[in-house]
Design a protein around this ligand. Sequence first.
Ligand SMILES: [Fe+2]
Length: 251
Amino acid sequence: MATDPTLADWYELLVENHLVAGGPAASIVEELSGKVPLVPHSVGLNLGGEPDPEHVARVCLLAEKIDAPWMSDHLCLTAATVHAHELIPVPYTPAVAEHIARRIGELQSRTGRLFALENVSSYMSYAASMQTEWAFLKRVVEAADCGLLLDVNNLFVSAANHGFDPRAYLDGIPLDRVVQIHLAGHQVLDDHLRDTHDAPVCEEVWALYAETLRRTGPVSTLIEWDEALPELPVLLGEVARARQVREAACP
Ligand SMILES: [Fe+2]
């Protein structure tokens, strides 16, 4: 990140890239910390499974180091006997909701910081699920008394893949808990949509973003583009459009 750090209002740190002392990844944190707001976003807390105590300790330490306004990870399972390096959805059952809420509660107690839970893009579901995703998400965040990181692209992708109405999802979750929004591009494949973070935000997702903001009011928004990176002006164009949509939706 050799460019002007004030090009965006704030940045998200993909936590697992910054947990080792020394080297370029640590120097980015040192360079930006205190100059622009940094929000830690994890992909490895494995909320649907068992915690790795050493990993949890490192994530919490980084959140303290950068004085994070909040921290986040996904509504998913990432490891059981092996680390999957994937965000695998969980079965929507009361026992799983209770487990994830307890894990989030432990993180919030330990750090004294708000935790924001993110919805994932999914390509499978479980026969064991007893609720819709949105009812399950509501149950978890209310039990944990935590925030929501609403990924509008993930919502669009999962709605298309599973055949539900994304507006019913918005109706069903506690939107007053949304502290952050993600936007990203996806790929349209023969029989499903795939969340890829390698393309511009599509028109339907911009429209769903505007619909979300009309219900939530202005919310901190991050463009996720981490594969096939374009030239910087293209990225900044996405940031500018997010600002335009926000201003139009929340005058
Ligand atoms: Fe996301």
